[in-house]
Design a binder for this molecule. Structure first.
Ligand code: ATP
Length: 871
């Protein structure tokens, strides 16, 4: 067997865990199911009990009822010396829960060596198993006194705070034998086994006192020491239990009465005449001890009699701790319970109380009432602890308030640690962690002292967590075990103490394990329930999605129809919207166009009007100049009454002037943009086209001199007004050489007709100067040179004069694009282009007569400056 040591243990009250690994032990009888056993580990020099805790058993391996190996914890090792830890396992002892070691089976190799039982120098607390060892075959359980639990734990369940809100079933239920309390919650329940349970509703303070406290007080009367502590969260009824209420007296006053008797004269049938008590009332607040019976002006302690100052408003006296007691604490002494009770009542009101979220009048301090019975040496300590709530629960805000709560909790926490340490058998018990535990040290350490812990709990479901933690604390305190008071042999006593403690611990661990299993079970169930609920939620969510239309697969035809209808409705709406939009846009566009057209029409009308006026002016001027301005009025009337087209027709039909064809048209629809210039040469208003690169040529040698001035004037007046849109052209033609001669200018019958032709391709203009202005060629009145003409009209002779005239007119109309008008006159349609080309052919320079006054006609593309007359 080998082992690992973790240190030495010199204190019999201290337990340390040591880990041992045991191999190849041959044990015939072992009840592995008994988890509260002991193993006796022995060698020739040493022997000890070791506990088989639950954990140890987890590592046991068995084969055919034989323990092959085990790994366990040594809960207690006396005088442990690692160097000498080559122990031979000689026998195994399994103790029952009572803590009595029981011999199970000796190993065959067991050879006790009695000589090895001498104590080592450090073996002050060594366990000696003489008694046990000497009776391996006949173990005597009665040889060891049973262990004692120095702390008794009782639960006191207060009334439901608000009876109106009281639920049908309480969360706290006491078992029928009043030793177990069950805490019920939604998720399960938990049982706590205590020394007693009292429900306030069923047992008032009187019954409670008689049932659980009275016996203790009787012990005090006989000289015992007892500490009664009220522990629990705030508002759970600690102060109520301790001091009672106006209706019923609390433990303090009942105890006094019990000790001193009811009679006023101290006729105590228990203690006899002359029995008296000394009472000290202390308050521990903010980790300071205050003497509630004393003020600054009062007796400084140690007084005897009723010498304490009165009045709760007097300032409190702070006390120091000396040893395990408050130094110079004031006490009152007497044998009249009533008087003393009244004084206690008074000072009790000096306690610091505060309203918190949990309690309207919450005690913010621990209060200790110490009753000494000097005649018998008995002592009763009654402790009302401040609420064990945490800071958040108390609803404390601000640094000071939080500090206060923290300090209150310091006492509670320290007490908890003390209880745990004692219960665990720790080598160090932290009594000095707080003033409260310092004053309570004797209560825990003194063998004669007993502790009654009253766990106050509320049945309010809101307080369930605090209730559980309070009960857990009490259960822990219950584990504290102590050896018998009767002095026994050191070794035996220690062994029994050890056994008792271990048994209690094992019991506690077992309980915890059971609880753990139970909780695990509950947790699993809760988990299952949760999973089920989650599944339900998922199903419901899917259903909801389906209803809202989020589902991916519609199930019924109705749903499909619904969806289709909905979709159709949406699409229709969209379409209508778009149609409206289109309609609106169309209306806007039409309106815009209409406005534009109107503007254009107006503008063109204005232009036409202007043109008409100008034309009339020009014509009148021409007539004037021709007639010598004699019959201006008549001429103007003529002009007004006749349009150009009519006049042209008239000319065409006229007999008296067969050689002259006048053509004039006013094109209102010319959309040619820029590039129009108007020049008037020799009485001819002529439009030139910049689109033809200003290749203009114009010759008017044949124009009469008299017209020169007029035409210039006309040009001056006219040109600026028709910069862009003027579409006025004049073709001036003469028929017959004789008639065209400038020499005949005096002849009044000779009439020079203007023909205005709107044309794009044909024009006869002067070549523009380099600066872009038109220069009118010098008019040669007498001898127009042949080469000056680039284009000559077809020679007109008598026989084909008529047809020529017709052709010319056709040509002009073709050029003007006025075919319809022409067709009306000639009765036959003329293909535009062809006729136009033919006209050009006829007017080709080769066919022209040099004497004729001709216009050079060329296509846009063929307009060449070198061909312009006058170059
Ligand atoms: N068993 C009971 N029956 C009736 N009323 C009770 C009972 N226990 C407590 N109360 C009432 O509940 C209130 C709070 O009780 P108490 O002051 O005793 O609580 P506490 O635990 O001392 O709180 P704190 O720690 O804050 O001082 C008091 O008004 C008290 O009268």
């Amino acid at each position: 067997m080998t082992g690992l040591a973790k240190g030495k243990n010199r204190n019999p009250k201290v337990r340390e865990f040591h880990h041992l690994h045991v191999k190849n032990i041959n044990i015939t009888y072992i009840d592995v199911g008994d988890r509260n056993g002991y193993i006796l580990v022995e060698n020739f020099q040493n022997s000890c009990f070791v506990s088989l805790s639950i954990i140890s058993f987890l590592f046991f391996t068995r084969k055919n009822s034989k323990l092959i190996s085990c790994t366990f914890f040594l809960n207690w090792v006396v005088d442990f010396n690692p160097k000498r830890f080559n122990l031979n396992l000689t026998s195994l002892w399994v103790s029952p829960n009572s803590g009595f070691p029981k011999f199970m089976a000796p190993t065959p190799s067991f050879k006790p060596n009695h000589s090895s039982q001498s104590k080592t120098p450090q073996s002050k607390q060594r366990l000696n198993f003489n008694g046990i060892k000497s009776a391996p075959q006949t173990p005597n359980p009665n040889s060891v006194a049973p262990a004692e639990h120095p702390i008794e734990v009782i639960a006191r369940i207060r009334d439901y705070p608000d009876k109106k809100e009281k639920p049908l079933s309480s969360i706290l239920q006491a078992s029928s034998n009043s030793s177990c309390i069950r805490v019920r919650a939604d998720f399960g329940y938990r049982d706590f086994t205590l020394d007693g349970v009292s429900v306030s509703e069923e047992e008032d303070l009187d019954v409670f006192y008689k049932k659980f406290v009275e016996s203790r007080i009787n012990g005090v009367k006989l000289g015992d020491k007892c500490t009664i502590m009220m522990y629990g969260p705030t508002g759970s009824g600690k102060s109520h239990t301790m001091f009672g209420s106006s209706k019923q007296a609390g433990i303090v006053y009942r105890s006094l009465r019990d000790i001193l008797g009811d009679g006023d004269g101290g006729e105590d049938h228990h203690l006899g005449l002359g029995t008296f008590v000394q009472v000290t009332v202390l308050e521990i607040y903010n980790e300071e001890i205050y003497d509630l019976l004393s003020t600054n002006g009062g007796g400084g302690g140690g007084g005897f009699g009723f010498g304490w100052p009165k009045g709760s408003s007097a300032s409190k006296v702070k006390l120091e701790v000396m040893g395990k007691k408050a130094k110079n604490a004031t006490y009152i002494s007497g044998n009249e319970a009533g008087k003393i009770s009244k004084e206690i009542q008074k000072v009790e009101k000096r306690r610091i109380v505060k309203s918190t979220l949990c309690n309207d009048r919450s005690s913010r301090s621990h209060c200790m009432v110490i009753l000494d019975v000097p005649t018998v040496g008995g002592r009763l300590m009654l402790v009302d602890m401040a609420g064990s709530e945490n800071i958040e629960q108390a609803g404390q805000t601000g640094f000071e308030a939080k500090m206060q709560t923290a300090k209150i909790n310091q006492g509670n926490t320290a007490l908890k640690r003390v209880v745990e340490s004692i219960a665990n058998g720790d080598s160090h018990v932290p009594f000095r962690d707080s003033k409260l535990t310092m004053l309570l040290q004797d209560s825990f350490e003194d063998d004669k002292s007993k502790i009654l812990m009253i766990l106050c709990a509320s049945p309010d479901p809101k307080e369930i967590h605090k209730t559980i933690s309070t009960l857990e604390y009490g259960a822990k305190a219950k584990c504290i075990v102590r050896g018998p008071h009767t002095p026994v042999k050191d070794d035996e006593s220690s062994a029994v103490i050890l056994g008792s403690r271990i048994a209690a611990m094992d019991e506690f661990i077992l309980k915890l394990q059971m609880e753990n299993k139970q909780r695990e079970k509950e947790r699993n169930e809760a988990h299952k329930k949760l999973s089920k609920k989650e599944e339900e939620i998922t199903a419901l969510r899917a259903k909801l999605d389906m209803v809202e239309g989020k589902g991916t697969t519609p199930t019924s035809e109705e749903e499909i129809n619904l969806k289709v209808n909905e979709r159709t409705r949406l699409l229709r709406q969209e379409l209508e919207k778009k149609l409206e939009e289109c309609q609106r846009m169309t209306n806007e566009f039409v309106e815009l166009e209409r406005k534009r057209m109107e503007e254009r029409i107006l503008q063109q009308q204005e232009e036409v009007e202007t043109l008409r006026k100008r034309l009339e002016e020009i014509e009148s001027q021409l007539c004037c100049s021709r007639l010598g301005c004699g019959s201006e009025e008549n001429d103007s009337k003529d002009m007004e009454s006749s349009g150009f087209a009519r006049r042209l027709l008239r000319i065409y039909k006229s007999e008296e002037d067969p050689g002259m064809v006048k053509s004039m048209d006013l094109d209102m629809d010319d959309q040619e943009p820029l590039g129009r210039e108007v020049s008037i040469v020799g009485g001819v208003v002529c439009k030139s086209d910049y689109n033809a690169k200003q290749n203009f040529s114009f010759s008017n040698q044949q124009c009469p001199n008299t017209l020169n001035g007029v035409q210039e004037d006309a040009a001056n007046v006219f040109a600026p007004n028709f910069g862009q849109r003027v579409c006025l052209s004049t073709v001036y033609e003469e028929e017959g050489e004789g008639e065209q001669d400038h020499e005949d200018k005096g002849d009044e019958d000779e009439e020079v007709e203007k023909e205005v032709i709107e044309e794009k391709r044909v024009c006869t203009v002067d070549k523009p100067s380099a600066a872009g202005s038109f220069e009118t060629s010098k008019v040669s009145k007498t001898s127009p040179k042949k080469e000056d003409y680039c284009f000559k009209a077809s020679s007109v002779d008598d026989k084909d004069g008529e047809s020529n005239r017709l052709l010319r007119i056709q040509n002009i109309f073709t050029l003007c694009g006025n075919q319809r008008e022409l067709s009306q006159h000639i009765g036959t349609p003329i293909p535009t282009k062809k006729r136009s080309d033919e006209a050009f052919d006829k007017f080709s320079p080769a066919k022209t007569n040099g004497k004729d006054s001709v216009f050079k006609v060329s296509n846009k593309e063929n307009l060449e400056p070198q061909n312009v007359v006058g170059n």
